[in-house]
Design a protein around this ligand. Structure first.
Ligand SMILES: [Fe+2]
Length: 270
């Protein structure tokens, strides 16, 4: 087995368990293969304890300080993030509103020396994510607000049921809420041939049969296929907020949100 030198982020990632610095070794290749199998079979690859407890503590402390500058959003959308279809009954997935409410700390508000920025900005992590997704190459986002953000779910906040617009999402969990705030999903619920409206309608009206609830312990890195998996963050309860980061990657360099989306998510364009 090759022995790579300790990387700059050795204080953040549990490299003995998750050798993202050493992907070309036998151990590294076997690790990526395990992740790919999990992603294929479950629609999500979860790496509990990826961020070591001390770095998680620092991430939570930074989030608490930065939360004073966070931007609150509270709005409704359909599961498709498309306008309400007035041609279908009110309870249909194309018409029924879902609520999403949270606060966000934008990338340009997070200091460069924080563990989440140091983790995001290492090429080793970008290469690892690409390998798990089976992509030749991935690029970190060039968006000064959205590249990495911190999401704060205060008491009563939630992300309503939805399908992601993007093919995949990468998240790092900092802290569970006192109660609720669960990541719930139904993998492979639709495909190009079958929109599966009947099942989606049952789910958005409360049917939880076959629902998967991910544990989401602090320090977990997750890679998730969300385009065809209906998912949500259930409403939180209690005084301790749910905290996590979303790390954004794209297949093209210089990827940025458009001004409308930046305004909607962060309350500003620059
Ligand atoms: Fe999502």
């Amino acid at each position: 087995m090759s022995q790579a030198t300790a990387p700059m982020y050795a204080d953040i990632v549990d490299l003995r368990r998750y050798p993202i610095h050493d992907l070309d070794s036998d151990t590294g290749r076997a690790f990526v293969a395990r992740c790919r199998t999990e992603l294929r079979n479950a629609g999500v690859c979860q790496l509990p304890g990826f961020v070591v407890p001390d770095a998680v503590d620092r991430m939570v402390a930074h989030a608490e300080v930065l939360s004073e500058k966070a931007f609150r959003t509270d709005n409704t959308h359909t599961v498709y993030f498309e306008p309400v279809d007035t041609e279908v009954p009110a309870g249909h997935p194309r018409a029924m509103p879902q609520r999403s409410a949270k606060r966000t700390i934008a990338y340009d508000q997070i200091p460069a020396e924080t563990p989440i920025r140091r983790l995001y900005e290492t090429d080793d992590l970008t290469r690892f994510i690409a390998a798990v997704l089976g992509k030749e190459e991935l690029h970190r986002s060039a968006d000064t607000l959205d590249a990495v953000m911190i999401a704060i779910f205060d008491e009563g906040d939630e992300l309503g049921w939805h399908f992601d617009r993007s093919e995949f999402a990468v998240t790092v969990m900092y802290q569970d809420a006192s109660g609720g705030g669960h990541f719930d999903y139904f993998p492979g619920l639709r495909n190009a041939e079958d929109p599966n409206y009947d099942t989606i309608e049952r789910i958005i009206h409360g049917d939880t049969e076959n629902m998967i609830r991910l544990p989401g312990a602090a320090g977990t890195l997750a890679i998730f296929h969300g385009r065809n998996a209906l998912h949500r963050v259930s409403p939180t309860t209690g005084s301790q907020p749910r905290l996590n980061s979303v790390l954004t990657y794209g297949e093209k360099a210089d990827m940025k949100l458009n001004d409308l989306t930046r305004g909607l998510f962060y309350g500003r364009n620059a």
